[in-house]
Design a protein around this ligand. Structure first.
Ligand SMILES: [Zn+2]
Length: 377
């Protein structure tokens, strides 16, 4: 048999598995729709961002994508694949560039994109070393895209909500944490007058900037920057949010680690007007996550759980972006002693990508449903 014939046979075999999987999943509730054995067939190429639109289709399993923590070029290619495969449900957009010139990519996932729906905004990868964050966000994007046709609950979700997702909000730092320093947290910008580089993007927003637990020393991990919005990454993010002011009903910033949903405010010991609703929605979401792998996520006020944080993304999104439901989700482990994790709590084992992805898939869907139930306010 020629190599081409073998390849074609392989493709046909994979396609038949895909059809079977989709048929058995039809109309089942979310809780039963994901199995380890699920094989998602995926059209893909070896294209990178520079290659432009995908034309030459090949096949790979998306399970393969989630077998390890991927580099930016693979992630960007994966997003393009989703957009191509699930057009017009999924689209991607470049919302800015990083300090080193990398594209900052946003995925939009919704049915009937012309409608003026409430927006669920999500980001991952603001902190470079927290690799479990982009993988979890991407897993969520894949699942809601691929289950739209077969899962009624997901269908309703995308008919109600307009998802805007930035899987890697700080691509320079992410790459640097792969190539040079695994524990890198910040951006990679040059700081005038300093030998040290990078700003903590989660301290760089202009709401209570440089207050509380943030540093004015460029060599520190939580350096707030020479001024608010000194970083192209935080500028791109905030411009996008402000453009949609009033429409965004949920913002979740996905980070690691400590297994907790943090609620505002983070800058001081105060609670927002809708504190009870914010807390309630997170508790319901956390319970949904628990049902998947019996892993418990706490729900706590940010200030009480950590310490005072000024200039953070979540507080800013609530105060300036007028988003009613705002969270920073800290993924597993709960502590560095967690048996599933190696080394620092920031360094998750790759075997955690899919289990945590599934937990958060359920949690985010449940969160959206709960917020709708409470009237989006
Ligand atoms: Zn973080």
């Amino acid at each position: 048999m020629t190599t081409t014939a073998t390849l074609i046979l392989f493709i046909l075999l994979l396609q038949s598995i895909s059809i079977t999987t989709q048929t058995t999943q039809r109309d089942q509730p979310v809780n039963e729709s994901l199995n380890e054995e699920d094989v998602e067939i995926f059209s893909s190429t070896n294209t990178t961002l520079e290659d432009g639109l995908i034309e030459n289709l090949s096949v790979r399993s998306t399970q393969g994508f989630f077998q390890k923590f991927q580099r930016i070029s693979v992630i960007n290619s994966f997003m393009r694949d989703l957009a191509n495969r699930f057009k017009p449900l999924v689209s991607i957009e470049r919302i800015g560039s990083s300090f080193e010139g990398r594209d900052i990519i946003l995925m939009r996932i919704t049915s009937n994109s012309g409608a003026n729906k409430p927006i669920f905004f999500m980001d991952g990868g603001f902190h470079s070393r927290e690799w479990l964050s982009p993988s979890t966000v991407l897993f969520f994007a894949q699942e809601i895209s691929s289950q739209y046709k077969t899962n009624k609950r997901v269908q309703k979700l995308l008919n109600t909500w307009d998802f805007r997702i930035i899987p890697v909000a700080n691509p320079d730092g992410y790459e640097y944490s792969h190539t040079k320093n695994r524990m890198w947290r910040k951006t990679r910008s040059k700081i005038p007058g300093s030998k040290c580089r990078g700003v903590d993007p989660n301290r760089n927003f202009n709401f209570h900037w440089k207050e509380g637990h943030s540093s004015s020393n460029p060599c520190h991990e939580d350096y707030a920057g020479p001024k608010p919005f000194s970083e192209p990454e935080t500028i791109a993010f905030s411009n996008y949010i402000l453009k949609l002011k009033g429409r965004i009903k949920i913002y979740t910033g996905v980070h690691t680690y400590s297994q907790v949903w943090l609620t505002p405010w983070g800058y001081g010991n105060k609670r927002p007007r809708n504190h009870a609703n914010i807390t309630r929605a997170a508790q319901v979401a956390s319970e949904a996550a628990f049902q998947v792998n019996k892993r418990r996520y706490k729900v706590e006020n940010s200030f009480s759980n950590l310490y005072s944080i000024g200039g953070s993304t979540d507080d800013w999104s609530k105060a300036k972006g007028k988003v009613p439901y705002v969270y920073t989700v800290e993924l597993p482990p709960s502590s560095e002693n967690d048996k599933d994790f190696i080394g620092s709590g920031f360094i998750a084992d790759k075997t955690m990508i899919i289990p945590v992805g599934k937990e958060m898939f359920h949690a985010f869907i449940t969160l959206a449903e709960q917020v709708e139930l409470m009237g989006f306010q």
